[in-house]
Every structure is written in structure tokens, then in C-alpha cells.
Write a protein that binds this ligand. Structure first.
Ligand code: SAM
Ligand code: SF4
Length: 469
């Protein structure tokens, strides 16, 4: 990737910044996979000589990395773009050119429609094509309004630059690594199979090499990411198929890696092997985000979820048997077409039965092109809002109860950054809780044994017992 982003601009009077002054600003919305993609786009820009802009006003290249999962997320992009058009005009009046890129799942789903709704956009690039950013930006300088929203046959990962040790260190000691993309499940409410395409897994060696590079720059925790990460089926160097359990074992064996997580999983792919990894791999955090969506079998069937409530409860029981200190989180959709009061009560019953450490609840949002958007029995906004509020009260009570139960316990906390007060550091418990404790900055990057001594509204107070590693 040696081409430069900046070419002589034949069309615009505003000139791009000199090479050494070029700045990029990337704003990411939505899921952890978008965070990972944004970091990789930052790597591409860095290789092209862009430095990070701390404010969007200073950026010559602006990338919005978008989310399409719910209507609100995708409509938000257009209001952002309206503001950016004004900024672009202002910068042009000041004699500075700006290239505006829309990346991510809205780009994939809406393509050229984005240009129609906001002509200030220069490039629209989907999640499978962002490795082509340099050439797309160059093309847009000559002819603005470039769209790359296909699913190219080439492997994006093979074309991405490697993150520099400096960039890795700036991002912190806990990192995301995308290992699987796309989804073949086609839940009837979900756009992911359309925006991210068919399921594909990266080879084991590519993932392990990336984790080793992260670890050698100070990363201690990796989260293996995929839209459906436990459907991972990568190839080993000798051509064998490896599932997520094998990949977790390989990741945990990388020198320097103290903790491994994975997200997001589908109940249908919770294999015996993966459950056994929760028992056998000490570095695998005892925390599992396992979306169930509903507690009603009737709705799960309508959602094309491929699992019933009893299957979910059975998985929870088997994972708990394998790893007794495990905690669960989940995703729920309320107000799915046809959801009755009884269906919703069944969801509350499932939440009570499992007792989650945390969970996310969403109002069903009709997404264009998905079967559920056309289904009869769409639920009115007031009912959705009321059900969401009730579910959130229950989830919050469970979260608080889980947090209270951790007081007096000892577990490993990976310290990630300085706290707000001098002499304080903040990290994460195995259960994703924020934990702060008194201690020197040298604890950052250390996995320490911490006793939980108190509760704050959104975090836990801890006392470092002993730095473990
Ligand atoms: N792959 C994961 C799974 O199998 O559940 C989830 C991926 S999705 C990015 C994250 C969450 O968004 C889902 O678990 C679901 O609860 C929610 N979601 C997806 N489509 C939605 C829709 N149309 N309306 C409301 N919430 C939605
Ligand atoms: Fe969407 Fe997850 Fe269902 Fe795939 S498994 S369609 S990503 S909700």
C-alpha cells in the first residue's frame, strides 16, 4: 500500500494539507467489531502519513464508521453528516480541503443512497472493502462520490497494514482481535447477514501472529471478536479445521497474554469443546455474553433463532458446571412483531431464572430488507417503551445484586489506566466491572489480585492484594 492519499486536486480550489500536516479523525459507532475496524483504518491512515487529529475540525480526512443495527443508530449518521458538511464548507472557505468518508454497515446497506442524501460525502466504503481506502480517497479527489460496497473476493485482512508498536501502546493493554466475520444465521430481525456477508474465519496462524504482535507491545488481554464468534472455523497451518475452543487455547498460550475473552456468541454454537475450554483454560475469563433475545419459544421460532428456552438454560447449566464462578450477560429484544404480554412475561421469567451479571435490552427496530420488518403484528411504540422499562428495571436490579455479591471477594483485575485521582488506577474485573484501587501507575498492564472493598454507582472499589503478573 504505497499510494498516497493526497494527489494533485484537479477539481477543488481548497488544497489538501502538506504531507507532514495531514490529520485523520475516525469516529466509530456501534459494536466492538467496528472499534476494531476503526483501529485498522487508523493503521491504514498512519501508513499513508496521517497523524491523529484530536478534534474533527483539524482533520483533512474524516471517517464515520457507522452502525446499521437499529434505525436510531443509522439515522444518527445523517445528522452527523449534516454537521460535517458545514465543517467541510468552513474549511474550504479557509482554503483547506476535507475528504469525508462513510464506512461501516450503513455504507454497506445504503451505498449510493448516502451520496444522494448527503452529497458532501466523498467516499462510501463497506466493512469488507476498507483496505482499499487509499485508492478510494485518491479516486474521490478526482471524482467525488466513490462507492465500494461489494463483497470482494480478496481477503481484506491480507491487505491490512500491521499496527505499529506505538499505536498498540496508545490503545492500551486490552485489545480486540476480529477472528470471524459475517453471519449465516439470518435471525429474522437482523441486518448483519446482509451488511457483513457470509461467515468467514481467519486462519489460526494469522490470528496468533496478530496476538503475538499485540502482546509484544504490552497487550495483556485480548477479546476474540466475531458477529458469531463461536461459529469460528479457521484453518491450522497443516490444513485442519480449528474451532473457537482451539483458537482460545492458542491465544492463551501466547507469551504475555494473561486473559482471553470472546464475543459475541450464538447459543446454537456453544459446543462441548468450547464449554470444556471454560473449565480448562485458566486465562479464559469466567464471563460469557450469550444473547438469547427472548424467553418465549414461540417468539424464538418466529425470530429464526434455532434454539429454545430449554436449550439456553441447559447451556447455562453446563457452562456453570464447567466453571462455577462464571457470570452471564445477554441481549434481549422487546416488542418483536406478535409479542404478547405472555411472551414478554416469559422473557422476564428467563431473566429471573438465569440471574445475569449484566444485559442489554433493545426495542425491536424494523430494518429494511429483513423478514421481520414485513411481519404482521408490529408492536406500538408505547408498549415497546413500557416493556423495555420493565425489563431494564429487572436487569439493573440483577446487576446491582451481582456487584454487591462481589464485595469481599478476591479476583484478578487487569489495570488499564490511571484513575481520576492521583495515586489511583482503574482496571476491569473478570466480569467486565470497572474496578479502581489505590496504587502506582506501574500497575497499569499488571494483572493483580484485588479484594473488592466497596461499591460505587458504576464501579467497584478494590484493594490490591498482590500483583499476580
Ligand atoms: N450475533 C449476536 C447474536 O447472535 O445475538 C448479536 C449481534 S447484534 C450486532 C447485537 C444485538 O443487537 C442482538 O443481540 C440483538 O439483541 C440486537 N438487535 C439486532 N437487530 C435488532 C433489531 N432489528 N432491533 C433491535 N435490536 C436488534
Ligand atoms: Fe444477527 Fe446474531 Fe442472528 Fe447473526 S446470529 S443474524 S448477527 S442476531
Amino acid at each position: 500500500m504505497s499510494e498516497s492519499f493526497v494527489l494533485e486536486d484537479a477539481r477543488e480550489s481548497a488544497s489538501p494539507a502538506r504531507d507532514e500536516d495531514r490529520r485523520v479523525f475516525i469516529k466509530s459507532f456501534g459494536c466492538q467489531m467496528n472499534v476494531y475496524d476503526a483501529e485498522r483504518m487508523a493503521d491504514i491512515a498512519a501508513e499513508e502519513g496521517y497523524r491523529e487529529a484530536h478534534a474533527v475540525e483539524d482533520a483533512d480526512l474524516i471517517v464515520l464508521n457507522t452502525c446499521h443495527i437499529r434505525e436510531r443508530a443509522s439515522e444518527k449518521i445523517y445528522s452527523e453528516l449534516g454537521k460535517l458538511r458545514e465543517l467541510k464548507d468552513e474549511r474550504r472557505r479557509a482554503g483547506r480541503g476535507t475528504t469525508l468518508v462513510v464506512a461501516g454497515c450503513v455504507a454497506q446497506a445504503e451505498g449510493a443512497e448516502i451520496l444522494r442524501r448527503q452529497p458532501a460525502v466523498d467516499v462510501v466504503v463497506g466493512p469488507q472493502s476498507y483496505h482499499r481506502l487509499p485508492e478510494l480517497v485518491r479516486e474521490a479527489r478526482l471524482r467525488p462520490g466513490v462507492v465500494a460496497a461489494d463483497f470482494p473476493a480478496e481477503d481484506k485482512f491480507a491487505h491490512l497494514p500491521i499496527s505499529t508498536p506505538g499505536a498498540i501502546r496508545r490503545r492500551g493493554v486490552a485489545a480486540f482481535v476480529t477472528v470471524q466475520e459475517g453471519c449465516d444465521k439470518f435471525c429474522s430481525f437482523c441486518v448483519v447477514p446482509y451488511t457483513r456477508g457470509a461467515e468467514a474465519s481467519r486462519p489460526v496462524r494469522a490470528v496468533v501472529d496478530e496476538i503475538a504482535r499485540l502482546a509484544s507491545a504490552g497487550v495483556r488481554e485480548v477479546t476474540l471478536l466475531g458477529q458469531n464468534v463461536n461459529a469460528y472455523h479457521g484453518l491450522s497451518e497443516d490444513g485442519r479445521g480449528v474451532g473457537l475452543a482451539g483458537l482460545i487455547r492458542a491465544a492463551a498460550a501466547v507469551p504475555g497474554i494473561a486473559r482471553v475473552r470472546y464475543a459475541t456468541s450464538h447459543p446454537d454454537d456453544m459446543s462441548d469443546d468450547l464449554i470444556a475450554a471454560h473449565r480448562d483454560v485458566a486465562a479464559l475469563a469466567p464471563f460469557l455474553h450469550l444473547p438469547v433475545q427472548s424467553g418465549s419459544d414461540r417468539l424464538l421460532k418466529a425470530m429464526n433463532r434455532r434454539h429454545r428456552v430449554a436449550d439456553y438454560l441447559d447451556i447455562v447449566a453446563r457452562v456453570r458446571a464447567a466453571r462455577p464462578d462464571i457470570a452471564f450477560s445477554s441481549d434481549f429484544i422487546v416488542g418483536y412483531p406478535g409479542e404478547t404480554d405472555a411472551d414478554f412475561e416469559a422473557t422476564l421469567a428467563l431473566v429471573r431464572a438465569v440471574a445475569f451479571a449484566s444485559a442489554y435490552a433493545f426495542k425491536y427496530s424494523a430494518r429494511p430488507g429483513t423478514p421481520a420488518a414485513e411481519a404482521p403484528g408490529q408492536i406500538d411504540a408505547a408498549t415497546k417503551a413500557q416493556r423495555l422499562a420493565r425489563l431494564q428495571v429487572l436487569i439493573e436490579a440483577q446487576l446491582q445484586a451481582f456487584n454487591r455479591a462481589t464485595v469481599g471477594r478476591r479476583f484478578e483485575v487487569l489495570f488499564e489506566k490511571p484513575g481520576r485521582r492521583e495515586g489511583q488506577v482503574i482496571g476491569r474485573s473478570p466480569y467486565m466491572q470497572a474496578v479502581f484501587a489505590d496504587g502506582p501507575r506501574s500497575l497499569i498492564g499488571v494483572m493483580a489480585e484485588v479484594e473488592i472493598i466497596g461499591l460505587e454507582p458504576h464501579s467497584l472499589r478494590g484493594r490490591v492484594v498482590s500483583p499476580a503478573s
